[in-house]
Design a binder for this molecule. Structure first.
Ligand code: GLU
Length: 445
């Protein structure tokens, strides 16, 4: 029998100074410890010790030259967490805050997210403490080349398939894939998020944002409600927020906020035109990491140093970074009458905030379910690469919709409480966990 407190004390001893990893494990254990303890097979197999230890982690040096001819050194990582149900799969994050602990949290979450997609993908994550902000295109290229020179030793289309995450978009995937091809002389789909002319899948750029809105639409329907006319707060202004703004608009909602590290924009007219969406992409591509120019360009309001959660809205979608929505934000949203919170960033809400929403019986979609559309379409990109074939946008979008519907169904199946409240956190964790844990039992130790 597992005792959560004892287990977590030991985990913290073994993984010191990795608070986000500890938080991610603790949240999953809250949901699954009962079902583990009820099944002697799981307990005897030491399933929790085994599922919380990555299969292997690579840490390497990334040396590159900046535009002034100065040598720079960054840390590079790849965490291959669990490949019980398929090749390691998960993004690369380039951000100055990245540590091994960050990537272990993301890799751990990725195991269950990928399991929820219904596709055969294991969990992995990688990245670097490299800061893309203010870097020239040539610097990004040199960094990516150096990073891939080392990473290519550990990955392959049947082994481990990285993709993008914060700080890694289509440009970076291009430079990384270019170097992989140069070194390995292989034109295989070893990365996803590729450009459409060189092996990428249609709808991959939109997939995370579209997927979260398909998932949200299912939640709204489950509650006998409609998406039409909903006032929506989105945070972030990158690829995920962009796709979210487009699909929310198409579903009849009105997104009124986006945000950056500098503050948030309130656009009462809605972030709902092609021109505004295109401008979001331009802002992101500029590498300045500020959202204020949007307010200037479109005559919207800008609140420096503040978060969009102070706005009165019906639905909130954190789409930026881990722990971006804390307990004070959660209380403010609830006081303002929020109806739904759909976490789209990985672990976007603190544990306290999640528990507060659940206590208040607010339908809360956890990131590992809501944002699974991104990696799901990455899985579809892998299928298309393996077949040397490509599907139309309608085909990919149709499959994405079905996957998000299935994830929602799994959450309801495992998470519906006796009082009718659907605890999506519990549902997603149990559904994601069972499949991987059962595969681990089948495969032996
Ligand atoms: N980084 C994304 C995630 O958090 C996508 C990963 C992928 O496409 O492999 O799921």
């Amino acid at each position: 029998m597992y005792d959560k407190k004892e287990f977590m004390t030991e985990l913290e001893r073994k993984n010191p100074s990795e608070p986000e990893f500890i938080q991610a494990v603790s949240e999953v254990l809250d949901s699954v410890i009962d079902i583990v303890n009820e099944d002697p097979e799981y307990v005897d197999a030491k399933i929790l010790e085994r599922i919380t230890e990555p299969d292997r982690t690579f840490m390497f040096k990334v040396e590159w030259e900046d535009d002034n001819g100065e040598i720079q050194v960054n840390k590079g990582y790849r965490v291959q967490f669990n490949n019980s149900i398929g090749p390691y799969k998960g993004g690369l994050r380039f951000h100055p805050s990245v540590t091994l602990g960050t990537l272990k949290f993301l890799g751990f979450e990725q195991i269950f997210k990928n399991s929820l997609t219904t596709l055969p993908m294991g969990g992995g994550k990688g990245g670097s403490d490299f800061n893309p902000k203010g870097k020239s295109d040539a610097e990004i290229l040199r960094f990516c080349r150096s990073f891939m020179t080392e990473l290519q030793k550990y990955i392959g289309p049947e082994t481990d398939v990285p993709a993008g995450d914060v700080g890694v978009g289509s440009r970076e995937i291009g430079y990384l894939y270019g170097q992989y091809k140069r070194l390995r002389v292989e034109n295989t789909g070893v990365l996803t998020g590729k450009g459409r002319n060189w092996g990428g899948s249609l709808v991959r750029p939109e997939a995370t944002g579209y997927g979260t809105m398909y998932f949200a639409d299912e939640i709204v329907r489950e509650h006998g409600d409609t998406f039409k006319g909903k006032r929506i707060a989105v945070s972030g202004f990158g690829n995920v927020a962009w796709g979210a703004c487009i699909k929310a608009t198409q579903l009849g909602g009105k997104v009124v906020t986006i945000s950056g590290p500098d503050g948030y924009v309130l656009d009462e007219d809605g972030i709902n035109t092609q021109e505004k969406w295109d401008y979001m992409l331009e802002l992101r591509a500029s590498n300045n990491d500020v959202v204020e120019p949007y307010a200037k360009k479109f005559g919207a309001k800008f609140f420096a140093g503040r978060k969009p959660w102070e706005e009165k809205v019906d639905m909130a979608f954190p789409c930026a970074f881990q722990n971006e929505l804390n307990i004070d934000d959660a209380k403010q949203l609830v006081a303002n009458g929020i109806s739904y919170v759909i976490e789209t960033s990985n672990m976007g809400c603190t544990t306290e905030a999640v528990n507060y929403f659940i206590d208040k019986k607010i339908p809360f979609g956890p990131g590992k379910a809501a944002n699974a559309g991104g990696v799901a379409v990455s899985g579809l990109e892998m299928s298309q690469n393996a077949m040397k074939y490509s599907w139309s946008a309608e085909e990919v979008d149709g499959k994405l919709k079905i996957i998000m519907k299935d994830i929602h169904e799994a959450c309801v199946r495992e998470g519906k409480q006796a009082d009718g409240y659907v605890n999506y956190v519990r549902g997603a964790n149990i559904a994601g966990f069972k499949k991987v844990a059962d595969a681990m039992l089948d495969l032996g130790y």
